[in-house]
Design a protein around this ligand. Structure first.
Ligand SMILES: [Fe+2]
Length: 386
């Protein structure tokens, strides 16, 4: 048994715990608060609340509010300029994964020269300090509050790349399920399914280890039980709380194991179709993807598929029971009718998308339990497009 465990984030979890921002030791004196271009952080009063809690804590703040749902490098660099001009010494990501991931990328760039893409592509080495990040998730899905990953797209190159180094773990994450009750039904389903696939992929990855296995199985169990409830009854605090924990736990799975090529394929889809929500792309890929792994090499996935099916409350001793449990969950969260063609994706693009997934996110293919070729990926993507 060989494994590393390193999750240096202080996680403050629980209903109402955002209030502790007023007295919590923070890693700086002036924050850049990063939010998306949507209206929710303002309309729900979260932005004002965070600003006032910071003020009580003696911390100044300014706001960058242009981040897109699929965040782009151009906005990272724009916010970096603002942080430099405003002498911000730490970054707060407030919102979903897009806001928190952007906060991480901004934190990397404030003191380092060049463009963010220079570092993602390995053209430049980080030489200067990365600013600390405080993550305040208002959705249950990405797990970015408990992992070192940030996913940013470059529209010039059609690349959507996940990048992570240990310094990008948030220093503090405040996970307050009360902030999640207002997430609309569809988004609750998409985001919750994203967390589900972080856990499933982390359970299947060839770098899975005892710590990630423990959390992955628990996250799979919780999501199968509570996501359908959170989708139907968004005000159900127990379901929101369990989903918040499942998402953070699945983020810890990403930190100690890894996502596999299902995420590479999804990033290719949303690199070309930025309006496609990440979770929707994953759901569309999932049944063809996990069925293909099973067809190609049943011996490599049989045991873990059966274990995941059991965690999802599906009896049976065949690996197909996991595919059945997956279909049942997709239906229970109201996504059985999801079609990639609704976002304009066409079957003839499968090869191009498969090639992009290898070019931009090829590293995850090396962690797959069953080795996939670009031809395999094109088959899977082709089956997923309807
Ligand atoms: Fe994801």
């Amino acid at each position: 048994m060989h494994f590393d465990y390193f999750i240096p984030t202080r996680i403050i979890f629980g209903r109402g715990r955002l209030d502790e921002l007023s007295s919590l030791p923070l890693p700086g004196k002036k924050a850049l608060i990063v939010i998306t271009n949507g209206k929710s952080m303002r309309n729900l009063g979260y932005l004002d609340k965070v600003a006032s809690l910071l003020e009580q804590n003696g911390v100044e703040a300014e706001v960058y509010d242009k981040v897109l749902p699929n965040p782009i490098e151009k906005h990272v660099m724009e916010a970096v300029e603002q942080a430099r001009n405003g002498n911000c010494d730490f970054i707060i990501g407030l919102g979903g994964g897009s806001a928190i991931d952007s906060a991480k990328a901004i934190a990397l760039m404030v003191k380092n020269p060049g463009t963010y893409w220079d570092y993602v592509k390995g053209l430049k080495k980080i030489t200067q300090k990365i600013l600390p990040v405080v993550a305040i998730p208002t959705t249950a899905g990405t797990g970015t509050e408990a992992d070192p990953w940030t996913v940013i797209s470059n529209l010039d190159t059609n690349e959507k790349i996940g990048y992570g180094i240990p310094e990008l773990f948030p220093s503090v994450a405040i996970v307050d399920p009360l902030l999640m009750v207002s997430v609309p039904q569809k988004l609750t389903a998409y985001q919750g399914m994203d967390a589900f696939f972080h856990a499933v992929e982390g359970y299947l990855a060839c770098v899975a280890q005892p710590f990630s296995d423990m959390l992955a199985k628990e996250a799979i169990r919780l999501i199968a039980e509570f996501l359908p409830i959170a989708v139907v009854d968004g005000e159900n605090l127990q379901a929101r709380e369990q989903m918040a924990w499942a998402s953070t736990a699945a983020g810890m799975v990403e930190s100690t194991s890894s996502c596999i090529s299902e995420h590479s394929m999804e990033h290719a889809l949303s690199a070309f179709y930025p309006d496609l929500p990440h979770g929707a792309g994953l759901v569309a890929l999932s049944v063809p993807y996990f069925s293909y792994l099973l067809e190609k090499n049943p011996d490599k996935v049989r045991v873990r598929y059966i274990e995941m099916a059991h965690a999802m409350g599906m009896p049976g001793e065949t690996p197909e029971s996991f595919i059945e449990a997956l279909k049942k969950l997709i239906s229970a969260v109201g996504l059985s009718d999801l079609k990639l063609s609704d976002w304009g994706i066409r079957p003839e693009e499968a090869e191009k998308l498969a090639a992009n997934s290898f070019e931009a996110m090829g590293a995850l293919y090396e962690l797959d339990p069953v080795a996939l070729t670009p031809q395999d990926a094109a088959q899977i993507i082709g089956r997923a497009i309807r």
